[in-house]
Design a protein around this ligand. Structure first.
Ligand SMILES: *Cc1c(COP(=O)(O)O)cnc(C)c1O
Length: 471
């Protein structure tokens, strides 16, 4: 180490100096003294390293303390927070997929604040099963004989395959060996479940004869997977569920389907038809169907397995079930969602409501909000352009990828801030944070995914962005 570096290291502020900064007491109150000290050590350590490596050649005390302050500021804010979704993507996985209706939130609140019947039967005064809170409701909603829930659909699929096909062969079409959202890949799930994958057919066409020709005495299961997030257009063929069900019966195999989104009722929306409901799949002869609770169903993150008595009972006893079991708050929310479906109130669930919003209503809301934005901008003499533009919204969650939903957005041009990308950034870092879309270098707030009561919050966010204030 040369003298210059040694000299720089000596100049680094001591912990006592840093702890004497005027803003430290407030940070200590929010985070505790240890966290504040730890963050200072971290930042000083980084400067020390930079001096040693020669990436910094002078000490700037102000930027060092500012770095520490900014880091502590971030750490003292709640991390998982509400954002306004202005993207028009209804089932937005990164933004939390579904908004729960008040009935579900109330149910969560009740079991979160008090003890509950999670695994207790009041009738018998002894241990009950957490699955019992939703099993009958799921059977009612789908026509299944039995039902089971796991943490999410990925867990449901893994549980189904591990429980019914470990050590044996699973036949699946080459057109359905899909990847869903990063790490969920059908071939890998099969291998992880300990099953041997037997691919049949081609990417675009698979016939029932292909499945029949691949059955051996080692085959346990025929697997059908919803291709969710992609579409094959043109020369394309898959066998009907009824054909596969007949083959499975004849050869004494299990027919399992990963349905992905899990529609309980057909969506009465042009462009969204053609998707089978869970009930239709079971009716066509699928033995076990798995689906997500937080995609089109609009509930909490959960995975459902519904189907034949003997299969579901076997899976209930599988050791993986202990690892995949569902938390009480999730169960409370899911039970509330299923009860809404049962009462025919499924249309009030936010996901369903947003999917069914009409273009005319979205346009009217966009016009009203645009007028309110213009008033805010005018009051500040801000150079700007605010318009109402038609946009394409999306179902999201890997459902209906080829079905854009026609929507409307409030489009913003704010020359003082800059490009659409710059405007998006300022809103993301604002209060409340807003995630905007962009089109033709205009930042766009899609009305479909902005809740009515959030419109005033958006105007607050706009004011803060104009003031150049972050959080
Ligand atoms: C979304 C999806 C999954 C994963 O479900 P999660 O609930 O996100 O775990 C699995 N399979 C299909 C076909 C899907 O669409």
């Amino acid at each position: 180490m040369n003298d210059a570096i040694r000299n720089l290291l000596r100049q680094l502020p001591s912990m006592d100096e840093l702890l004497a900064l005027p803003w430290v007491p407030e940070m200590e109150e929010r985070l505790g003294r240890d966290a504040v000290k730890g963050t200072f050590s971290e930042v000083v350590g980084e400067w020390r390293q930079a001096f040693r490596e020669g990436t910094r050649e002078a000490l700037d005390r102000e930027s060092l303390t500012e770095e520490a302050r900014a880091r502590l500021e971030t750490r003292s804010r709640r991390s998982l927070r509400r954002v306004l979704n202005g993207t028009g993507v209804v089932v937005h996985t990164n933004l939390g997929r579904s908004l729960l209706p008040p009935q579900a939130v109330e149910a969560v609140r009740e079991v979160a604040l008090g003890y509950s019947t999670l695994e207790y039967s009041l009738e018998e005064g002894k241990r009950g099963h957490r699955n019992d809170h939703v099993e009958w409701l799921l059977c009612q909603a789908t026509g299944a004989e039995k039902a089971l829930v796991a943490n999410n659909n990925a867990a449901a699929v893994l549980l189904g395959l591990a429980g019914l096909a470990a050590g044996r062969e699973v036949i699946v079409s080459r057109g359905e060996l899909v990847e869903i959202g990063g790490s969920f890949r059908i071939p890998e799930i099969l291998s992880f479940a300990g099953a041997k994958m037997v691919e049949v057919g081609t990417t675009n066409r698979t016939r029932v004869e292909d499945y029949a020709g691949a059955v051996t005495d080692q085959t346990a299961l025929l697997l059908k997977v919803h291709p969710s997030n992609y579409r094959i257009e043109g020369f394309h063929q898959v066998p009907a569920r009824e054909e596969l069900a007949a083959l499975a019966r004849e050869r004494e195999l299990t027919f399992m389907e990963d349905l992905g989104s899990g529609l309980l009722a057909p969506p009465n929306h042009p462009g969204l038809e053609g998707e089978p409901t869970v009930r239709q799949c079971l009716h066509a002869g699928v033995d076990l169907v798995t689906f997500s609770g937080d995609k089109l169903l609009g509930g909490p993150q959960i995975g459902a397995l519904v189907g034949r008595h003997a299969l579901v009972d076997r899976l209930k006893r599988h050791p993986l079930m202990r690892a995949f079991r569902v938390d009480k708050m999730t169960l409370a929310a899911f039970e509330a969602i299923l009860r809404m479906e049962l009462r025919g109130e499924g249309g009030q669930i936010p996901t369903s409501r947003m999917l069914h919003l009409e273009e005319g209503e979205l346009k009217a809301r966009a016009s009203r909000l645009a007028a309110r934005c213009r008033r805010v901008l005018k009051a500040r003499n801000e150079e700007s352009w605010v318009g109402v533009v038609p946009v394409e919204d999306a179902v999201g969650g890997g459902a209906f990828p080829a079905t854009p939903l026609p929507g409307y957005a409030v489009a913003l041009r704010l020359p003082r801030i800059g490009s659409a990308g710059r405007i998006q950034e300022r809103f993301r870092l604002g209060e409340p944070p807003v995630v905007l879309g962009a089109e033709d270098d205009l930042a766009c707030l899609h009305l479909r995914t902005l809740q009515r009561e959030e419109e005033s919050l958006f105007l607050k966010a706009l004011e803060r962005v104009l003031e150049g204030r972050g959080r």
